[in-house]
Design a protein around this ligand. Structure first.
Ligand SMILES: Nc1nc2c(c(=O)[nH]1)N(C=O)[C@@H](CNc1ccc(C(=O)N[C@@H](CCC(=O)O)C(=O)O)cc1)CN2
Ligand SMILES: Nc1ncnc2c1ncn2[C@@H]1O[C@H](COP(=O)(O)OP(=O)(O)OP(=O)(O)O)[C@@H](O)[C@H]1O
Length: 196
């Protein structure tokens, strides 16, 4: 039984690693040809329901869909994720669009350590791949899973995935620790995940 469970875990990890590689290629192709203005407008429309609430966005890296326009339009304040250490939830520091960022770990950019820490009510979540159930695949650190788990234990939070349509996978492999997205915004669609 235990050997079988370990086999399954190894298979899931390998499947995730394969999907990560393919999703990174598809995302890079989409980023090279697509304009994100309409997607940011759609994201802004969704964020209208959260006016006055603290928004966590992200400083786009590699070919991630860039939510900068929607963040700049949000009324209620923005913050950005900061990696404290491996296997720990992210923390969030306030940031006003246009302010300088400093280099963080894993090639990220983050607000300086002097920026006050905030607890977001709504998050724009970056990713490599997603499926219609709202499961997502990131860079494999488990940072957003741990973060959403901790935030959801304390109160209501809304996690909005932001991605190119090409990042949709039939089924993202799921582990017990994966935290699903509440909503996904793409350049053409607003996806309300069905509970699997
Ligand atoms: N823009 C953005 N900011 C973010 C995230 C993100 O996904 N996007 N994060 C979301 O968590 C956190 C940073 N997490 C990251 C985790 C791993 C890697 C990374 O480069 N991983 C390597 C493999 C590393 C290894 O296995 O040693 C890779 O992808 O090649 C990057 C960011 C916080 N900030
Ligand atoms: N809440 C948690 N507690 C313990 N382990 C966790 C938790 N969340 C995730 N993990 C572990 O972290 C590892 C990486 O998770 P996963 O592959 O889902 O990362 P990811 O969602 O792609 O990355 P990220 O969330 O950083 O973008 C997994 O092996 C998982 O078991």
């Amino acid at each position: 039984m235990w050997i079988w469970l370990r086999e399954r875990a190894v298979q899931t990890a390998q499947f995730k690693a394969d999907l990560r590689r393919r999703a990174a290629d598809l995302r890079a192709e989409a980023a090279a040809r697509e304009n994100l203005t309409a997607a940011n407008l759609r994201l802004s429309a969704v964020l209208g329901d959260f006016r006055g609430e603290m928004l966590a966005g992200y400083a786009a890296m590699r070919s991630e869909a860039d939510p900068a326009l929607a963040m700049a339009a949000h009324e209620g304040g923005c913050c950005l994720p900061v990696v404290l250490r491996k296997a720990a939830p992210l923390i969030f520091r306030t940031w006003t669009p246009g302010e300088p960022l400093v280099e963080g770990s894993f090639g990220t950019r983050m607000p300086p350590g002097t920026a006050p820490e905030r607890i977001p009510r709504v998050l724009i979540v970056p990713m490599l791949a997603f499926d219609a159930r709202g499961y997502r695949l990131g860079y494999g650190g488990g940072f957003y899973d741990r973060t959403l788990e901790a935030l959801r234990a304390k109160g209501p939070v809304t996690a909005i995935g932001f991605a190119f349509d090409a990042q949709e996978a039939d089924l993202v492999p799921v582990e017990l620790t994966d935290q699903p997205l509440d909503l996904i915004v793409t350049p053409t669609r607003l996806i309300w995940p069905m509970a699997a």
